[in-house]
Design a protein around this ligand. Structure first.
Ligand code: C2E
Ligand code: CA
Ligand code: CA
Length: 263
């Protein structure tokens, strides 16, 4: 059903992007946002990415969808810059197929150029599982992206095949602690794991993002242990562009209870 529905979904404009803010642990400023793909099917309604990304990869639809995500992201950044809304960097999620594609670098470079976006404003999130098939090739691609100036974040950190050897070699910029650890911070085990990941990140001079932050207690723990940035429903869910603009305006105008708690 998903496979059939994906056919032509892009042309029928069934996709849109949402944006989830990332908050600096010190001061509570909005320091970036993650771009999340949304699919609203005319009869089935909202279909979450976890339900269709894999099918899109298996069927090859991912190629055009990913190109659209990149293009729409850069276009949105340009609009926000031109309108003085914000110039925060946006992070997109890469699929494993994109990382394997020989065209990745050219596509990214051309899209950035077309919308006149500085590479520093684009962040790319990858997961550990994308590295195991062909590490050497993944390494080379990521290095090329970094050489252009794009930041690389290792997403869902701690859930995959975390290997210290590749972590050292990869030279990523950011570690995103998986929300499963953040969500279970009330257990001593999770506290220890999160603290260990943060020590590791500090040693390797990586910046740390805690994701899935839902409570003030979680935010306070992350902040106290040196986590640089946070993302989660405590601050905001993913928002459509218009709502994100409003959220930015509101958050500049007033401190929400959540932001006060961590600021
Ligand atoms: P992810 O990269 O780990 O994205 C974060 C997910 O956590 C998002 O789910 C987000 O809505 C959710 N989330 C954020 N804050 C909270 C919170 O406080 N609590 C809880 N329980 N959840 C929170 P979403 O949007 O359903 O995305 C699922 C996954 O789909 C993403 O996981 C990512 O791997 C993938 N994805 C999303 N957009 C894209 C895309 O454009 N391209 C590709 N290749 N994958 C995408
Ligand atoms: Ca992500
Ligand atoms: Ca994640």
């Amino acid at each position: 059903t998903i496979e059939d529905a994906l056919d032509g979904a892009l042309a029928r404009r069934e996709f849109h992007l949402e944006f989830q803010p990332k908050i600096g642990s010190n001061g509570g400023d909005v320091v970036g946002a993650e771009v999340l793909l949304r699919w609203v099917h005319p009869t089935m309604g909202f279909i979450p990415p976890d339900m269709f990304i894999q099918t899109a990869e298996e069927t090859g639809y991912i190629e055009s969808i990913s190109a659209w995500v990149l293009d729409a992201t850069c276009q949105q950044m340009r609009t926000w810059m031109d309108n003085g809304v914000t110039d925060i960097p946006l992070a997109i999620n890469l699929s494993s197929q994109q990382l394997q594609s020989p065209e990745l670098i050219a596509t990214v470079t051309n899209t950035l150029r077309r919308h006149n976006i500085p590479p520093e404003n684009l962040e790319i999130e990858i997961t550990e599982s994308m590295l195991i098939d062909d590490f050497e090739q993944a390494y080379q691609r990521l290095k090329q992206l970094r050489d252009i100036g794009i930041k690389i974040a290792l997403d869902d950190f701690g859930t995959g095949y975390s290997s210290l050897s590749y972590l050292h070699k990869l030279e990523v910029d950011v570690l995103k602690i998986d929300r499963s650890f953040v969500g279970s911070l009330d257990t001593p085990q999770s506290k220890t794991i999160v603290q260990s990941i943060m020590t590791l990140a500090k040693t390797l001079h990586l910046s740390m993002v805690g994701e899935g932050v839902e409570t003030v207690e979680q935010a306070q723990f992350l902040r106290a242990n040196g986590c640089d940035e946070m993302q989660g429903w405590l601050f905001a869910k993913s928002l459509r562009a218009e709502d994100f603009e409003q959220w930015i305006a509101d958050s500049e105008a007033m401190s929400t209870a959540a932001r006060l708690a961590v600021a």
